[in-house]
Design a protein around this ligand. Structure first.
Ligand SMILES: Cc1cc2nc3c(=O)[nH]c(=O)nc-3n(C[C@H](O)[C@H](O)[C@H](O)COP(=O)(O)OP(=O)(O)OC[C@H]3O[C@@H](n4cnc5c(N)ncnc54)[C@H](O)[C@@H]3O)c2cc1C
Length: 545
C-alpha cells in the first residue's frame, strides 16, 4: 500500500485522557487576557477575527489539534475536511459573510471551473456529465422521472419564495433568519424520506438524489433527516455556483489565521482546554500546553467564546448540561489520493449513482465503499503559471479527495469499526473505491493520506428545530454570561453558520465590553457579492449534484 499520513485522533478521547492524567495537578502559570476563544475551527477563527476587527487587543485562541481549521482544516495542497461554499444568493441574509469573503480576497477567480460535476452510472459502467438543469439524462431519463423532477422543482420554487406569518422567508441562510411560523416549522416533525413518500415522490432517481445530497452535506440519510432541513438545503443553499480551492475551505481557515497573526491574536495550537470555570466575574481556563508530556497552564479573561463542539464544551464545564442536550454525531473519513495524473475525463466533483443506497440496503459498519460520496479532484482549481493551455494538456500530479460519511446505523458502532481500521486498511479501501469507476487508477496512486473524523457532524434529525428555536435550544451563554457559545452544533454544519455563530458571539462579547456598535446585520448581500440573477434562477430551478 502506498505511504501516507494519518490524522485520526478523537479529540473527546484525548481530552478525557489528559484530564485523567492531570487530575489534581495545578497550572504551572497563569496569564490574563481580555477574551479567550476556545476552538480554532471556522467559528472560533471568525469570532477571533471579529473581536480583533472591533479593536479588542488581548485575545488568545486555544486549539487542541496541531493546526487550526477543525473540520475545515487544510492539508496544504488538499482539503482535510470541508471543500466548498456556494456563492451567496441574493435572497440570503449573508451580507456580512459575503463581506468577509471579499475581505479575505475571494473573487470570481475562485468560482469552481467547468466541468463542475459528473455522474457514474454503476449499472451501465459509464460516466456522464450531469449538466446543470438536466435531469433528462440517465438515470433521470424516463417520463416518470421527468414528471417527478418537474413537480419537485415546482415545490422547491414555491418553498424558496414562501414567507411565514412573521414576514420572514421560510428557508434562508443563516438558519437564525428563517421564519418561525409554526405551519412551516411543522415540516420538522417528519423525515425527508417520509415527506417525499407523502408527496408522491417515488422514482428511485429522485429519492437517491435527495438522499445523496443530505448525506453529502449533513452526514445523514433521508430517512433520518428532518424534512425541514431537506427543504432548507434545496431552497436556501444549493450549489450551482460555488467557491472552492485546492485545499477546500482550508483556504478560508488559513486566510483567517493570517489575518489573526497580523492583528496580534495569540493563537496556540496543541493547547486543549481541559476545564473552564467562573472566576472574578470572568472565566479561568486550564489547558494542556505543548502536546507530549502535558504541562498545565491557565488563562483568565473577562469573556470567553466557546467554539467547541457540544460534546467537547460539556466536558469542560463543571455542569455539562449548561452546554445543551447531547447530540448524535456522524463519523466521516477524508482520504487524499496523490496520483501521478488524474483519471481521464474528471470533473471537480465525481459522484457514483447507486440506486440501492436510496432503498436503505444495510451496510456493514465502517464500510467505506457504502459510505462513499465520490471524489473531488482538489487540484482542479490549481492556478497555472505561464501557458495555461500547455499546462492543461500536460498530465500533472493530482490529488483526488474521497469523502465518506458513515450516515447509517448506530454512530457509536460506526466509530468503533473505524477505530479498529489502520491507515493502510482505510487507504486500500479508498483506492479500491476509486478503482470501481476507474479500474486503472490504482497504478497511478503514489500516496494516500487519511483523516478519520470520529464526530464530524451533529445529525439534523426530525426535531432539529426544537434544538435551534425551541425550549431545548442550547443556551447562548454559560458561567453567568461570561462564556458565549459559538459552534455550528447550534444549527447546521455549514461554513455560513460557522461565521454567523462566531461573529455574533464576538458581537455579544463586544457589547458586554461597552461597544454598542457591535451588531450583526442580517441583510441581503450587496449585488456585487452575490450570484447573478441567471445563476440564481438556475440554482433554484435545479439542485445539481
Ligand atoms: C468531511 C467534512 C466535509 C465538510 N464539507 C463542507 C463543505 O464543503 N462546505 C461547508 O460549508 N461545510 C462543510 N462541512 C462542515 C463545516 O466543516 C463545519 O460546519 C465547520 O467547519 C465547523 O466549524 P466549527 O468551528 O463550528 O467547528 P469545528 O470545525 O468542529 O471546530 C472546533 C474546533 O475545536 C477544537 N477542539 C475540540 N475540543 C477542544 C478542546 N478541548 N480545546 C481546544 N480546542 C478543541 C477542534 O480541534 C476543532 O478545531 C464539512 C464537514 C466535514 C467534517
Amino acid at each position: 500500500m502506498p505511504p501516507g499520513n494519518f490524522v485520526g485522533v478523537d479529540p473527546a478521547a484525548e481530552v478525557a485522557a489528559l484530564r485523567a492524567d492531570t487530575s489534581g495537578a495545578e497550572p504551572a502559570s497563569s496569564e490574563a487576557f481580555d477574551v479567550v476563544v476556545l476552538g480554532g475551527g471556522l467559528a472560533g477563527l471568525c469570532a477571533a477575527h471579529r473581536l480583533a476587527k472591533r479593536g479588542v487587543k488581548r485575545v488568545v485562541l486555544l486549539e487542541a489539534a496541531d493546526a487550526i481549521g477543525g473540520n475545515a482544516r487544510s492539508g496544504g495542497d488538499c482539503p482535510l475536511g470541508a471543500g466548498y461554499v456556494p456563492v451567496p444568493s441574493r435572497r440570503s441574509k449573508l451580507h456580512e459573510f459575503a463581506q468577509l469573503l471579499k475581505e479575505l480576497g475571494v473573487t470570481r477567480r475562485d468560482v469552481c471551473r467547468a466541468p463542475v460535476e459528473r455522474l457514474y452510472l454503476r449499472a451501465e459502467e459509464r460516466w456522464q456529465r450531469a449538466m446543470p438543469a438536466n435531469f433528462d439524462v440517465a438515470p433521470f431519463g424516463t417520463s416518470a422521472d421527468r414528471a417527478e423532477q418537474r413537480r419537485f422543482r415546482g415545490k422547491i420554487e414555491a418553498f424558496a419564495t414562501r414567507r411565514g406569518r412573521d414576514g420572514r422567508f421560510a428557508f434562508v441562510l443563516p438558519v437564525a433568519a428563517c421564519s418561525r411560523d409554526p405551519t412551516i416549522c411543522e415540516l420538522d416533525k417528519e423525515s425527508a424520506a417520509d415527506w417525499l413518500a407523502a408527496h408522491g415522490f417515488r422514482t428511485a432517481a429522485l429519492r437517491w438524489y435527495v438522499d445523496y445530497c443530505l448525506r453529502d452535506d449533513y452526514g445523514t440519510a433521508a430517512r433520518d433527516c428532518s424534512a425541514w432541513v431537506m427543504l432548507h438545503y434545496f431552497c436556501a443553499r444549493g450549489r450551482e455556483t460555488l467557491y472552492t480551492w485546492p485545499d477546500g475551505l482550508g483556504h478560508v481557515a488559513e486566510a483567517l489565521a493570517a489575518r489573526l497573526a497580523k492583528a496580534g491574536v495569540d493563537v496556540r495550537t496543541r493547547a486543549p482546554a481541559l476545564r473552564c470555570v467562573a472566576r472574578a466575574g470572568g472565566v479561568a481556563v486550564t489547558y494542556a500546553a505543548g502536546g507530549g508530556a502535558p504541562v498545565l497552564r491557565e488563562v483568565t479573561a473577562a469573556h470567553a467564546v466557546c467554539a467547541l463542539p457540544r460534546y467537547a464544551a460539556a466536558a469542560l464545564l463543571d455542569s455539562p448540561e449548561a452546554a445543551g442536550p447531547p447530540l448524535a454525531y456522524a463519523p466521516w473519513v477524508v482520504s487524499n489520493l496523490r496520483v501521478a495524473a488524474p483519471p481521464a475525463g474528471t470533473a471537480w466533483d465525481n459522484v457514483a449513482y447507486d440506486a440501492a443506497a436510496a432503498d436503505g440496503a444495510p451496510a456493514a459498519n465502517g464500510d467505506l465503499s457504502r459510505a462513499s460520496l465520490g471524489f473531488v479532484v482538489s487540484t482542479h482549481q490549481r492556478r497555472f503559471r505561464g501557458n495555461c493551455l500547455d499546462a492543461l494538456r500536460r498530465p500533472r500530479p493530482a490529488v483526488l479527495t474521497l469523502y465518506a460519511a458513515f450516515a447509517d446505523g448506530d454512530p457509536d458502532a460506526q466509530r468503533a469499526a473505524l477505530a479498529a481500521r489502520s491507515r493502510e486498511d482505510l487507504a486500500a479501501a479508498a483506492v479500491a473505491e476509486v478503482a470501481r469507476s476507474h479500474p486503472g487508477a490504482p497504478s497511478a496512486v503514489r500516496a494516500v493520506d487519511v483523516r478519520v473524523l470520529p464526530r464530524a457532524m451533529a445529525k439534523p434529525a426530525p426535531g432539529f428545530l426544537e434544538r435551534v428555536f425551541g425550549a431545548t435550544a442550547a443556551p447562548r451563554s454559560a458561567l453567568g454570561g461570561a462564556l458565549v457559545f459559538a459552534h455550528t452544533d447550534m444549527s447546521l454544519p455549514l461554513v455560513e453558520e460557522a461565521h454567523f455563530w462566531g461573529a455574533t458571539a464576538a458581537d455579544a462579547v463586544c457589547r458586554a465590553r461597552g461597544d454598542a456598535g457591535a451588531v450583526f446585520r442580517l441583510n441581503t448581500p450587496a449585488r456585487a457579492l452575490v450570484q447573478t440573477d441567471a445563476q440564481e434562477e438556475l440554482a433554484l430551478a435545479t439542485p445539481t449534484l
